[in-house]
Design a protein around this ligand. Structure first.
Ligand code: S3P
Length: 432
């Protein structure tokens, strides 16, 4: 049965909140702790369906993972060569990160594996990792050469390569890094624009020799990983919905504590500030090597902008909520260079354009972008296309629209932001 939400106008958000742990870091923490030697404690783990799927897969591969309490995992690492093959398919659920990173890691194992995912993940392109992994010596069969299920043939000798990733994608880069840990020699990866560097910094923290700078990484095979403790900050991608709601709803003044502010994730803060948003960072600090801060956000009169394309990779998951802000801002917003949005959990350009138009917004769509005329929104029935970030974006839109907004098929919000409705309501949003 479909899980639908009903949103209506709210009076203003108040209070201090935390959001669940970072999804990207949670996936990587499980993966690297599993490959490390010894016991790692992970705190702030995202209890979402995507990251739990990754933890389940490592249990299937023979890694003992304890859950002493929610948000904590103790991972008994097997070392680089201690994983055991599974006769059952490994189910990544909705998670592109899970599937692509695992494709790299499993390509280097002695055993065969099959990676499967849900309907949405089974439509997302995998050729972007398969081609590059095959250049390193991997063997992967995919449906039509591009889609899950992925059948990964173990027992291949991988060799380091100098590689150009043609898409700015941390998932592609990370898949190659995982393979490179097992490859002979050096692997050098360049990307067209810098993307999030969590795999690189966590590897370094766990003792792997790796050098990286924005847009380029170099890693040698044949090292060892030491177990360690990893504290995971709040996910900027989840925080962005509350940030936008506070900026847009008159009377709002909220604080979000312990949010990860790695520069590869703060594009949305820069975009909102360019629109006139009042967002201040307090208590900037380092936790487990990651920059973290508390954010104070106050209602602001936003105006339209020309989104600098250079910000796009640093706010790739926040584009849907940025579109909502644009639709409610004064004047026109132009945003291009967004073609990657078409291959996310849904085609996020199409999903957003359809929803915004049904709420009365004037939006022009092009293959890689949108032009949005800011103004008012009216309540409507919205299809989330079973995409978590589309659902949460329209939940925020509904707070600023006249009448009632019904958002259909919101169950997948549990993949990244379990407890979103409860948190949004406790902050003052009208959401049922
Ligand atoms: C992620 C990278 C991004 C992002 C996704 C998480 C990661 O995907 O959209 O939600 O954890 O590496 P791409 O690498 O496809 O851009």
């Amino acid at each position: 049965m479909s899980l639908d939400w009903k949103a209506s106008r709210s009076a203003g958000l108040q209070g201090t909140f935390t959001v669940p742990g970072d999804k990207s870091i949670s996936h990587r923490a499980i993966m690297l702790a599993a490959l490390a030697e010894g016991e790692s404690r992970i705190e702030g783990f995202l209890e979402g369906e995507d990251t739990r799927a990754t933890a389940r897969i490592f249990s299937q591969l023979g890694v003992r993972i304890e859950t002493p309490d929610a948000h904590t995992r103790i991972v008994h690492g097997t070392g680089l060569h201690g994983l055991k093959g599974s006769s059952e398919p490994l189910d990544c659920g909705n998670a592109g990160t899970g599937m692509r990173l695992l494709a790299g890691l499993l390509s280097a194992q002695a055993f065969d594996s099959v990676l499967v995912g849900d309907a949405s993940l089974s439509k997302r392109p995998m050729a972007r990792v398969i081609g590059l992994l095959e250049a390193m010596g991997a063997r992967i069969d995919a449906r039509d050469g591009n889609f899950a299920p992925l059948r990964i043939h173990g027992g291949q000798a991988l060799h380091g390569q100098v590689m150009d990733s043609r898409v700015a994608s941390a998932q592609v880069k990370s898949a190659l890094i995982f393979a490179a840990l097992y490859a002979e020699g050096e692997t050098v990866i360049s990307e067209p624009r810098p993307t999030r560097d969590y795999t690189e910094s966590m590897l370094k923290a766990l003792g792997w020799p790796i050098t990286f700078e924005p847009g380029r990484v170099s890693v040698h095979g044949g090292g060892r990983l030491q177990a360690g403790n990893i504290r995971i900050p709040g996910d900027m991608s989840s925080a962005a919905f509350l940030i936008a709601a506070a900026l847009l709803i008159p009377g709002s003044d909220i604080t979000l504590r312990n949010i990860g502010i790695n520069p590869r994730r703060t594009g949305v803060l820069q975009a909102f500030k360019l629109m006139g948003g009042d967002i201040r960072l307090h208590h900037e600090r380092l936790e487990s090597g990651e920059s973290v801060a508390d954010l104070r956000i106050r209602h602001s009169e936003l105006h339209g902008i020309e989104l600098p394309e250079v910000l796009v990779p640093d706010m790739i998951d926040e584009c849907p909520i940025f579109f909502i802000a644009a639709a409610l801002a004064k004047g026109e917003t132009r945003a291009f260079g967004l073609s990657e949005l078409r291959v996310k959990e849904s085609d996020r350009i199409a999903s957003m354009v359809k929803g915004l138009r049904s709420m009365g917004a004037q939006v022009e769509e092009s293959p890689d972008g949108v032009v949005i005329a800011g103004g008012r929104l009216a309540g409507a029935a919205i299809d989330s296309f079973e995409d978590h970030r589309i659902a949460m974006s329209f939940a925020v839109a509904g707070q600023c629209a006249e009448g009632v907004t019904v958002i259909r098929d919101c169950a997948n919000v549990a993949t990244s932001f379990p407890g979103f409705v409860e948190l949004a309501r406790s902050a003052g949003m009208n959401l049922e």
